[in-house]
Design a protein around this ligand. Sequence first.
Ligand code: ADP
Ligand code: MG
Length: 607
Amino acid sequence: MNKFYRVLSFAKPYWGFALLNILFNLLTIIFSLFSFALLVPFLNLLFGTEELVTERPAFSFSSDALLGSLNYEISHIISTSGQSQALLFICLVLVTAFFLRNVSRFMASFFMANVRVGAVKDMRNAVYNKILILPLSFYNKNKKGDIMSRITNDVQEVEYSIMNYLEMLVRDPITILAFLFFMLSMSPQLTLFVLIILPVTGYIIGRIGRSLRKTSRAGQVRMAEMLSHIEESISGLRIIKAFNAIGYSDQRFKSQNHLLSKLMIGIYRKRDLSSPMSEFLSSVVIIIVLWFGGQMVLSDNSPISAADFITYIIVFSQIIPPAKTFAQGYYHIQKGIASAERIFEILDAEEVIVEKPNALPLSGFNHKIEYRKVSFRYLKDEVLSEIDLTIEKGKIIALVGESGGGKSTMVDLLPRFYDVTEGSILLDGHDIRDYRIDGLRGLMGIVTQESILFNDTLFNNISFGSNHASREDVIAAAKVANAHDFIMQLEKGYDTTIGDRGSNLSGGQRQRISIARAILKNPPILILDEATSSLDTESERLVQDALAKVMSQRTSIVIAHRLSTIQHADEIIVMQKGQIAERGKHDELLAGNGVYKRLFDLQSFAG
Ligand code: ADP
Ligand code: MG
């Protein structure tokens, strides 16, 4: 149940609205009781058993006092204006009471909307923020579709299942208690029966609720799997079509969907059991009360009049709807908690890459970066072992070597996308884990092989992360990146929206936008991870040219597939199976006649 309190804690900031909601719910209850109380004199009037009350009773907050003063008013009207006037009076008061009761009910829901929507909004914000903070390693373990499903479907489920019933949690117990109290003051004996039956009913309802939570969780997991499948299919549509795999994908989806439907049928059946079951249980209680109360009324010296008994039964029957919604709400909340658990799993996921409490601020890069005996593993296998490397300010370092050798991993450690498993990386003499994370990442501009663009305008893609960039700055950066000319040829220029992940641009164009973005950030350290590998020769020349301009006066780490592009690097590091196989300048390495020479010969031959 503490999961439930945690969901509630999201509603805490909206306690003012919650209070208003409770207030109006209380008013609703008062008006309801008032209208039921009016039934007694009404029935007495019909049965002709009305005893005229001639003395105004003392005022107090009890059902007796309320009934007493009503009786007094009605007696007064009967004696002065006759019975049908009294009937009219009762009906008018009843209409007013029902009107006020329903106005209060609406006002209660009116304020509840703020609470539920606000809480769900905050929850969604919290999950999204956490998604941004979580380390990349989190996403190696969890599917994108599953995470998306949690932030959409599960949050929605929490809104429908929990927030929908929050109000009832306060309202219904108060209603039930108030009605019971009213009944107690009318007939203690009869009310005793009701009190004995209620816990039994509660127990039966609770048992089914627990099994519902389990099934619901399984349902949400299935739903997430399907979303993953859809997400993968849309991004891989080209391959699905090319490999004639439409039938296969379709079949896989259908079988997942089938399993989900089977689960959902179970969920609905269990949930839908709550209402008929509680209705049946409560009718049984009512019938017992009817039987017992009826006998009381029939007996000679009855402690309860017929009119009182009918009113009692009417009030009691009014307990059933709140008791029913309460039971139903309990089921829905169980279903919602299954979803809340999945949301909390994200909120509680370990951040791994954390900032020290008194982290050092970082304003610039002055001397050097040092890798000291750096080892790293993603999972079991060591991907980097005992790497020692020093990168002096202003130098260009190239990383080359076979694919899978650990080059990308080497540079991913620098902005702390991952933390080293052993050893340390120092920047100007301090471990990078001692610095503030945003300060560290602020020093670096990163261009990767796969350019990451967003479905937004070109202007916003280039100025991404540089909050106050002016139009002139953006254009200047685009010019350096050789992107300005092609941007100006587009219909809307810098205001062109580039489609999902920049799908409306060619690979070379996308890459030049990424470079413009890195240039605008103007970082002292530039990391290029195969920035030109996926380009054709003409685009590569343009991009290479752009990169040459950016690299001057900066410290650069360049991972290159084509060795021709890094011949002028200050030091070339040849990586092999997570270790440095060779290092030196281009000419020295060629003369050394080792791994580098072999790679170089292969490429000259191919090229
Ligand atoms: P390179 O960039 O030199 O091609 P990488 O640094 O990308 O090499 O990869 C080095 C090794 O680490 C490879 O064996 C690869 O399978 C493994 N690897 C890379 N990324 C991950 C990851 N996110 N999770 C697990 N293993 C990974
Ligand atoms: Mg790589």
